[in-house]
Design a protein around this ligand. Structure first.
Ligand code: ATP
Length: 269
């Protein structure tokens, strides 16, 4: 971790992501060599993707999965730190981050919560700095010659300046919404497979299609992160009583969970 950038070691792959079929479909058609060969073929040079939507539904997972799928280094840019004034001037921080990503290219630059740093634009206060930093980023994205793929993630699409949403800025913009029933079933399956490896923890519990459906029905407004937490908490119930997990553990944990997603989803729509 140096200054405003963090090197992320990423293990998750596409199979660790439940749902989000539109993103997966888009990615299936693009591999690492697309970064080098698109232009040769007469296509525009790949720019990147913008992932926006409900928090805790897999945006970070996608960024990590792209990096492990393409086997490219993933650099996470902390927008908050760009403006913090602790590690240098804001524009200098942005330029340094860009040149580091270029120095290790082909690479992926993940700009997390891009809306955070840009929300001051057009408003009073420090808007001058925001505008200049944003300008540096946009100009670079427009003119970059090195294969650096940008993944921008944002929770609040309304806080993103329209310039960034303009056609041609990114190769694609994806909206990540609350998981549907089918997606919740997939997310449960992924985390149950991951956690219930020990026969002791698993006991007689079978997570067949019907069980997954029941779990999904009980968690209608849950985000992916909450589903993962349900699995962990249910497992802890079983662990604390030194027995295998049961369906009632899930029912108990779910009835004690207040999903945050509803208010959050309403705020950003
Ligand atoms: P934030 O904007 O709050 O960072 P995010 O959209 O980037 O949220 P993630 O960090 O990807 O969300 O999700 C948090 C955790 O929740 C993940 O590490 C994963 O364990 C679980 N999770 C979320 N969405 C999914 C999903 N679609 N499939 C499987 N697991 C998921």
């Amino acid at each position: 971790k140096t200054g405003v950038l963090e090197y992320i070691k990423s293990e998750p792959n596409m199979d660790d992501i439940g749902g989000l079929e539109n993103v997966k479909r888009w990615l299936k058609k693009r591999n690492k060599s697309w970064l080098d060969s698109a232009e040769e073929y007469g296509l525009p040079a790949p720019k990147g993707v913008l992932l926006t939507g409900v928090p805790g539904c897999g945006k970070s997972l996608i960024a990590k999965a792209i990096s492990s799928m393409w086997q490219l280094p993933l650099l996470k840019l902390d927008m908050g730190k760009i403006f913090s004034g602790i590690v240098g001037s804001s524009e200098e921080n942005m330029r340094k981050a860009i040149s580091t990503a270029e120095a290790i290219s082909p690479s992926i630059l993940w700009i997390d919560e891009i809306e955070k740093g840009l929300s001051g634009i057009g408003a009073s206060g420090d808007s001058g700095t925001s505008t200049r930093v944003f300008g540096t980023l946009l100009t670079w994205m427009q003119e970059k010659t090195k294969p650096v793929f940008v993944i921008a993630t944002a929770n609040n699409i309304h806080a993103i300046p329209p310039e960034l949403l303009r056609k041609g800025r990114f190769d694609e913009i994806f909206f990540v919404d609350l998981p549907t029933k089918k997606e919740r079933m997939e997310i449960f399956k992924i985390h149950l497979n991951k956690r219930l490896k020990s026969p002791k923890a698993r006991g007689d519990f079978q997570f067949d299609h019907q069980t997954l459906e029941k779990l999904a029905d009980l968690t209608e407004t849950f985000i992916g992160a909450e589903i993962e937490q349900v699995v962990i908490s249910a497992l802890f119930e079983a662990y604390s009583q030194d027995r295998g997990i049961t369906f009632s553990d899930f029912e108990k944990v779910i009835s004690n969970t207040v999903p945050l997603s509803v208010t959050q989803a309403e705020q950003i729509r």
